[in-house]
Design a protein around this ligand. Structure first.
Ligand SMILES: Cc1ncc(COP(=O)(O)O)c(C=O)c1O
Length: 478
């Protein structure tokens, strides 16, 4: 069996991919690469996160981490829901405001310039602060400009595990959870400028035990704040709920063991230049760690949040969600990738086929699988033919940059039939980080146009991303 990694493709995205003529027309007209986004699916994903809140009887908000995608259509569609948005730059804040988000549904996170802090404070967005210095700077801006108090969350990091021995990583963000005296003093000193909503974390990991420790640490910090006379009322557990990219767990297991076999020289290479994705052969033994995203995940997205809230506290032995509820705390989340599950795809035209080398009209920045460590097969959309599948062959997918390193994936990709020039390869589920986070104009190659597609009039309708607004009632709208 060829080492396929077939992508998980659900309902709407699946039926869109069956529209071969439409896909070819779009790429012919708008160029390759081409991003497709599905705003309606994003709206459904928000509802699935909300359902987890309801299940645990928790208030609070779902704040989409904007950084995961720049599309106007996605942000505008989101503005029409009850979701919030987490913006991590001045540009993202301006984009959210222009898309229709009222400031109370906007949260500013990440590194902040004075201009970003000022606009957040001026408009009344929530500021999720990384340090006490940032809180003091913000208070200074509020005082200097005579602004009303700004709602703030304090991001914490460096949580200590109680009992269980779970490794926690060092983070460049956040206030050390081990000593919060400086935080309480800053909040007390600037009580007239800062309305302290609560504490937050965001951990760049898929590990549930680490997140449970962080949530428990936040609950502890909330207790401490209340003992000091502060009145915080919310805990923000950040993002990182993840996506399951693959249809079949067995393919993932098989591929990782084939890779191990290839690294050990027990089978022919399945990667470019015998790349090991973090694994290496030391005298016949595999060393290192596989440094890729776990492409098949049995629990991801809203289910992962549910699992976190159902995890018992190491100290109190009761589910973390119940502890939040007992204290009447709101729960906030900042999902990026998970909210974009099944919300997009990227199509590239095949330019040339030379043996097992397939060159595409697009590059590794346009579909950033390698940068984000996501491994999955594209879907072949032939231009004309419908011949039967032949024995699957493996191909390396080369990009359009004049650069040795420009491969869309260093993994050999197996396709049910050989591609030909003019065919399309469509990478699915690229909306979260993979389609525009890393795209650039190196060598003056074109970056992808984006089209928003939605169902309508018995088929699919598309609009240029910038033309999409979530309104109905006139020709050409949803
Ligand atoms: C502060 C913050 N919140 C949320 C996210 C979104 O994470 P994810 O897309 O994994 O859900 C990120 C990602 O970097 C982040 O830095």
């Amino acid at each position: 069996m060829a080492p396929y990694l077939q992508p998980r493709v659900e309902d709407d995205l699946r039926s869109l991919l069956d529209e071969h003529a439409l896909l070819h027309q779009l790429v012919d007209g708008l160029g390759s690469p081409l991003n497709l986004v599905l705003p309606d699916r994003l709206v459904r994903n928000v509802a699935a996160f909300r359902a987890v809140h309801r299940k645990h009887h928790l208030g609070g908000g779902v704040w989409f981490a904007h950084k995961a995608n720049r599309s106007h259509a996605l942000v505008r569609a989101l503005a029409a829901t009850d979701a919030g948005i987490d913006v991590a730059s001045l540009g993202e804040l301006q984009h959210a405001l222009a898309a229709g988000f009222a400031p109370e549904r906007i949260m500013a996170t990440g590194p902040k310039s004075p201009e970003f802090l000022w606009l957040a404070a001026r408009t009344g967005a929530v500021v999720n602060a990384d340090s006490t210095v940032e809180l003091a700077d913000l208070a200074g801006i509020v005082a200097a400009h005579g602004l009303p108090p700004v709602r703030v969350l304090a991001r914490l990091s460096g949580f200590a595990s109680t009992g269980t021995n779970v490794l926690t990583r060092t983070s460049r963000f956040g206030i050390a959870a081990g000593d919060l005296t400086g935080l309480w003093e800053t909040l007390e000193k600037h009580a007239g400028q800062l309305d302290f909503l609560g504490v937050a974390y965001h951990l760049d990991t898929v590990g549930l035990p680490e997140k449970a420790i962080a949530l428990e640490g936040c609950l502890h910090a909330m207790d401490e704040a209340h003992q000091r006379g502060l009145r915080p009322r919310a805990v923000d557990v950040g993002g990182g709920f993840g996506v399951n990219y693959l249809a079949d767990a067995r393919q993932w297991e098989a591929w990782t063991s084939e890779l191990t076999g290839a690294v050990l020289g027990r089978r022919p290479p399945i990667t470019w230049n015998e790349h090991g994705y973090g694994l290496r052969n030391e005298g016949g033994t595999v060393r290192g760690a596989l440094s890729v995203y776990p492409a098949h995940r049995s629990v991801a997205g809203p289910d992962y949040l549910d699992r976190l809230l159902s995890t018992p506290s190491a100290v109190h032995r009761r589910p973390l969600g119940t502890l939040l509820l007992d204290s009447l705390y709101d729960l906030h989340t900042e999902p990026g990738r998970a909210l974009l599950d099944q919300c997009g795809a990227t199509a590239l035209r095949v330019e040339e086929v030379r043996g097992d080398l397939v060159r595409l009209a697009g590059n590794g920045g346009d579909v950033a699988l390698e940068q984000h460590g996501v491994l999955m097969d594209p879907i072949l959309v032939p231009r004309t033919r419908t011949e039967q599948a032949v024995d699957p062959s493996g191909f390396f997918l080369l990009g359009n940059l004049c650069l040795e390193a420009d491969l869309l994936t260093r993994r050999k990709v197996f396709l049910p039939q050989p591609p030909r020039p003019g065919d399309l390869l469509v990478f699915v589920n690229t909306a979260g980080y993979l389609m525009d986070f890393s795209a650039g104009d190196a060598l003056m190659q074109p970056t992808a146009r984006t089209v928003a597609v939605s169902r309508g009039g018995g088929g699919w309708r598309w609009r240029l991303d910038e033309q999409y607004w979530p309104v109905t009632g006139r020709e050409g709208t949803a």
